[in-house]
Ligand binder design. Structure first.
Ligand code: NAD
Length: 390
């Protein structure tokens, strides 16, 4: 065969005249979609990072971004994160995300969200949207009235409803796996566990921990919420600023991201960090390494808080709560595999998890080059579901 007939290897080219395309190339995104409908005030961006494993699923958030660049950066970063989260969770889904630029307190209208739904529909299932920051069930229903490519819809509409109980179950499983690794037993009995936040995920998590007779400490910037959890689970309420220096075995951040940072890390004396919040490490590389040096076992957040995603994705096969919980229970084994891989290669659990996710994408991607009598798409969970839904 002549050399000129061969398709050259994919090359990352950088061209300063095309910064946006460069950004896509560097972060390996497939597609970026700009949606504009000024008549209804819609300014939105959808990013599809990778669809090797299946349709790109990821929530849409409404946020008052300071600039277009900020919105683009955010949607690219978040879509990429979804690829890794789905891949490590063993789901047949790729990664995507949507952002609607606007003030969620005053810019919400039915036409705006229906217009967004039409753009999602135009992607014909390459992107499946769901609820994220700044969105509620009401807006998701408006989107759903224009497209079937929506997951995480209310139970009343045949969906899976609130994902936080399943997220909490996954965090609990990841925490038990961490205890097994750090202490040789996955029992949480008498372990001193500090939960930051007393919201949806935290309150469900506290119930699991109570059943195991753990010694629970809880804090929230709204003390009332912490007291409510304490009344139900026997937890001790502490002040928000006491949590980092608390004498505890396990720290479980379930409020906000970036809480393990230059200021807090030296106060931590726990053996394990396992929480539900996203992006717990302020700087994944730096603080991941610092925790490793301090012998604090870090359960990667996107692995152990994937129960919500697993729950939402179960909708795509026709929702079955028990099946969603069973799939979420596998977070235990996944977390152990990640710790073992990290140990074998002398790297942090976060790095190990990223590598294992990339392995899965690459290796499963190779399978799709084998001819199958079913079309490639019909093998995917999303397509099966949407055929049933039509
Ligand atoms: P939530 O809003 O119900 O709870 C968060 C709680 O944290 C609130 O009660 C808030 O008052 C409290 N809080 C905020 N700042 C605090 C601080 N500095 N100290 C102590 N408490 C503080 O949210 P949620 O649904 O429980 O989610 C918790 C975290 O888990 C978020 O980071 C979210 O992104 C992440 N997460 C949630 C899900 C899910 O299914 N809900 C899935 C994946 C990840």
């Amino acid at each position: 065969m002549e050399d000129s007939l061969l398709i050259p290897e994919k090359k990352k080219e950088t061209d300063k005249n095309f910064p946006l395309i460069n950004e896509l190339t560097n972060m390996e995104h497939e597609q970026l979609v700009f949606c504009s409908r000024p008549e209804v005030g819609l300014k939105a961006i959808i990013a599809i990072h990778d669809t090797t494993l299946g349709p790109a699923l990821g929530g849409v958030r409404m946020w008052n971004y300071g600039s277009e660049n900020e919105a683009i950066k955010d949607v690219l970063r978040l879509a990429r994160g979804m690829t890794y989260k789905s891949a490590i969770s063993g789901l047949n889904l790729g990664g995507g995300k949507g952002v609607i630029i606007g003030d969620s307190a005053k810019d919400k209208t039915e036409p705006l969200f229906r217009a967004f739904g039409r753009y999602v529909d135009g992607l014909a299932g390459r992107y499946i949207t769901a609820e994220d920051v700044g969105m509620t069930e009401k807006e998701m229903e408006w989107i759903f009235s224009e497209t079937k490519y929506v997951a995480g819809i209310p139970k009343t509409l045949g969906g899976s409803g609130d994902p936080s109980p399943v997220t909490a179950y996954g965090v609990y499983m990841g925490m038990k796996a961490s205890a097994k690794k750090a202490y040789g037993s996955d029992s949480l009995e008498d372990k001193r566990i500090g939960i930051q936040g007393a919201g949806s995920v935290a309150s469900h998590l506290a119930r699991y921990l109570k059943k195991e007779n753990a010694k629970i400490f809880v804090t929230d910037i709204f003390e009332k919420k912490a007291i409510k959890v304490a009344n139900e689970t026997g937890a001790k309420v502490i002040n928000p600023d006491q949590i980092y220096s608390l004498d505890m075995d396990i720290f479980s951040p379930c409020a906000l991201g970036g809480v393990v940072n230059d200021d807090t890390i030296n106060h931590l004396t726990c053996g394990i960090i396992a929480g539900g919040a996203n992006n717990i490490l302020d700087n994944e590389k730096k603080h991941g390494e610092m925790l490793r040096e301090r012998n604090i076992l870090y359960a990667p957040d996107y692995v152990i808080n994937a129960g919500g995603l697993i729950n939402v994705s179960s909708e795509l096969e026709g929702y079955n709560e028990q099946r969603a919980m069973e799939k979420t229970a596998r977070i235990y084994d996944t977390t152990i595999d990640i710790f073992d891989y990290a140990d074998r290669h002398g790297i942090t659990p976060n790095d190990a998890s990223n590598i294992l996710a990339e392995h899965r994408i690459r290796n499963v991607g190779r399978v799709s080059t084998i001819y199958s009598s079913k079309s490639q798409l019909s093998n995917r969970e999303g397509e099966i579901y949407y055929k049933n839904r039509c």
